[in-house]
Design a protein around this ligand. Structure first.
Ligand code: TPP
Length: 671
């Protein structure tokens, strides 16, 4: 269809969609950067979705039972900003549109969920939005099963581009959604055949509809500029029990000189071409101006969901007081009061029995007492359930037939799992945790980074955290992964030494509201090092004195996880020779960094030599060895200098020189 026909066939729709196109052109021109083509191409789909289908109340963009809209093609951020402004979202004002991509604006280059309530997810790394949407849909199914349709019943809509579908994570997401038959998930594929380097065809010839069908999706193919076709396709998608993909054939940068070219993908800032496009649209208003009738039509659509919102509020008020309270608590993400007492009881019992267990097993023991009191947890693993120890008997399995099940078999999809967990956390009402081998942090990494950036408390259970895993060898032995996780801002990395620290780490991870946690857990058994029961959560301080020096304090040993008991043995050797040695357990560097100077100084006073021991790369340790009153000449590190090897764990610790003797020897050499 040419533009003249589109304009005249449905003029009201045309002008509503043109508002998105012109705001995009104006904002990108003002910022002199951005991506014009995608919002201009998908304006019709977005207009039909918002005007006819999306359950949305612009005055309360975060009410719990709204439909979710995820712009996976995050570079086209002006699409979502236009939609929020046009419908009357209180936070995305015209000034914000004019300040597109400027410091301090809510209209950042790519959508950021924490800048406005109307933005569900942070997107931009292609494929992540689509992968997170699977988690949104799982969260909806789970909460609907738990609280009933009267309180939870909404759809998740996604706009994904060619880039999202080319990224590997999309395969994990699509197949997981298909297997789980997430019928309330609707994905619009912006099928414009253009990416940055040129036509999609130069790099990809996948038959996308067949690909989705093969994964169990309901697929439709439409003209993405035909409002009736879009409307009918959304209605059919909602009616089908499978997840739906609507392939929308569109023209990138519709109506602009750069239409259908990769130039149209980027920033269209040429003044004359902008004027020409607006003229073609029949748009006579000035820059950033939307005619009153068009704006009020949009504001009307922004209020379309207000009735459903208030009806929902009435249904919530009609529920029993305890149900209301539990629903609110769950959605707010506050943890039940019982959590702390349960952890304390487990700690007390463990310090008395002092078992020798792997921290992955300790983690399971903790989950066994926590999952029953935290109905909001959803656990899972990327096909390593028995190794990650993530499943507890009470959870049941989340499946098509049992949406109350709280354990997800993610399959061998670490990246998809991590992204889906982020989606659940962003949806609200769910505390997701999921496991894999620590070295596969790499496979989950883009989503782990987005968890931190998006400020969500996803818990990554990473087991087999060193050469201590033994015979599987260097492919499976993480060396650099602690450093990578610790280098990520806004992430708590816990490496607990025994069951007690593991319980404390879980308590902390499950009470976070705005940052993810990585639990680094062993495969091999570890002795209990905390045999003195303390009700206080010592891990909350990040590092603490586990064993004090006897006599004059000459050395401080710093250790985490499996190497804490090794440091204790080294201390015994040194003490036997009259060298007063303190052992500091450091289960969470980030929390230690947050302690005040006085506390840090008490734990790490200047003077004694310092030796750190961790079966991993040294990177990062110098902060504690040379900084914090330490000195390079008076400090040493015992750990890994390269990749591991395949052999039994004890052999490897000897082979790589990570032993109590080596630690004691290093201290003596420094004294
Ligand atoms: C993971 C990732 N890789 C690369 C990019 C850079 N990038 C942004 S948009 C884009 C092309 C996307 O093409 P498409 O999805 O077809 O978007 P359209 O051209 O339709 O706007 C690329 C490579 C990115 N944002 N994320």
């Amino acid at each position: 269809m040419d533009i003249e026909t589109l304009r005249t066939r449905n003029p009201d729709h045309w002008m509503a969609a043109a508002a998105i196109r012109t705001l995009t052109l104006d904002a990108v021109a003002a910022a002199n950067s951005g991506h014009s083509g995608m919002p201009m191409g998908m304006a019709d789909v977005a207009t039909v979705l918002y005007s006819k289908h999306l359950k949305y109340d612009a005055s309360a963009p975060d009410w719990p039972d709204r439909d979710r809209f995820i712009l996976s093609a995050g570079h086209g951020s002006m699409l979502i900003y236009s939609l929020l402004y046009l419908t009357g979202d209180p936070e995305i004002t015209l000034d914000e549109i004019k300040n597109f991509r400027q410091l301090g604006s809510r209209t950042a280059g790519h959508p950021e969920n924490f800048l406005a309530r109307g933005i569900e997810t942070t997107t931009g790394p292609l494929g992540q939005g689509l992968a997170m949407s699977v988690g949104f849909a799982i969260a909806e199914e789970s909460l609907r099963a738990r609280f009933g349709k009267k309180l939870v019943d909404h759809n998740t809509y996604v706009i994904a581009g060619d880039g999202c579908l080319m990224e590997g994570v999309s395969q994990e997401a699509i197949t997981l959604a298909g297997r789980q038959q997430l019928g309330k998930l609707v994905v619009f594929w912006d099928n414009n055949q253009i990416t940055i380097d040129g036509k999609v065809d130069i790099a990809d010839r996948t038959d996308q509809p067949k690909r989705f069908e093969a994964a169990g999706w309901h697929v439709q193919e439409i003209d993405g500029h035909d409002p009736e076709a879009i409307d009918a396709a959304i209605a059919a998608a909602k009616a089908d029990p499978r997840p739906s993909m609507i392939a929308c054939a569109t023209h990138i940068a519709l109506g602009h000189a750069a239409q259908d070219t990769s130039k149209g993908h980027g920033a269209l800032t040429d003044g004359q071409q902008l004027i020409d496009a607006k003229e073609l649209y029949g748009w006579t208003s000035g820059p950033f101006e939307v005619p009153d009738d068009v704006k009020s039509a949009w504001e009307g659509w922004g209020k379309r969901g207000a009735g459903e919102h208030s009806a929902w509020q009435e249904r919530l008020s009609a529920a029993s007081a305890s149900r209301q309270a539990e629903f609110r608590r769950t959605l707010e993400g506050s943890t039940p009061k019982k959590l702390s007492a349960t952890i304390k009881a487990l700690k007390k019992q463990t310090s008395e029995s002092a078992p020798k267990v792997a921290t992955r097993k300790a983690s399971e023991n903790v989950l066994e007492v926590l999952n029953p009191i935290l109905p909001e947890t959803i656990g899972g693993s990327a096909d390593l359930t028995g190794s990650n120890n993530t499943k507890t008997p009470d959870l049941g399995v989340f499946d098509i037939e049992d949406r109350k099940g709280r354990y997800v078999y993610y399959g061998i999809r670490e990246h998809g799992m991590a992204a889906a967990m982020n989606g659940m956390a962003l949806h609200g009402g769910i505390r997701p945790y999921g496991g894999t081998f620590m070295c596969f942090t790499d496979y989950a990494r883009p989503a782990m980074r987005l968890a931190a950036l998006q400020k969500v408390p996803t818990v990554f259970v990473m087991t087999h955290d060193s050469i201590g895993l033994g015979e599987d060898g260097p492919t499976h032995q993480p060396v650099e992964h602690l450093a990578i996780s610790r280098a990520t801002p806004n992430t708590l990395v816990f490496r607990p030494a025994d069951t007690i620290e593991t319980a404390e780490a879980w308590e902390l991870a499950l009470t976070q509201s705005s940052r993810p946690s990585v639990l680094s857990l062993t495969r091999q058994g570890l002795p209990t090092v905390r045999t003195d029961h303390k009700t206080r959560n010592l891990t909350a301080q990040g590092a603490y004195v586990l064993a004090e020096a006897e006599g004059k304090r000459q050395a401080i040993l710093l250790a985490t996880g499996s190497e804490v008991s090794l440091a204790l043995s080294a201390r015994e050797m040194l003490q036997a020779e009259g060298i007063g040695t303190r052992v500091v357990s450091m289960p969470c560097w980030e929390l230690f960094e947050e302690q005040d100077e006085a506390y840090r100084k008490r734990v790490l006073p200047g003077g004694p030599v310092r030796v750190a021991v961790e079966a991993a790369a040294r990177m990062g340790w110098d902060r504690w060895l040379c900084g914090e009153r330490g000195r390079a000449q008076k400090s040493g590190f015992v750990g890994m200098e390269g990749f591991g090897a395949s052999a039994p764990a004890e052999v490897l610790f000897e082979h790589f020189g990570i032993t109590a003797e080596a630690v004691a020897g290093r201290v003596k050499a420094l004294l």
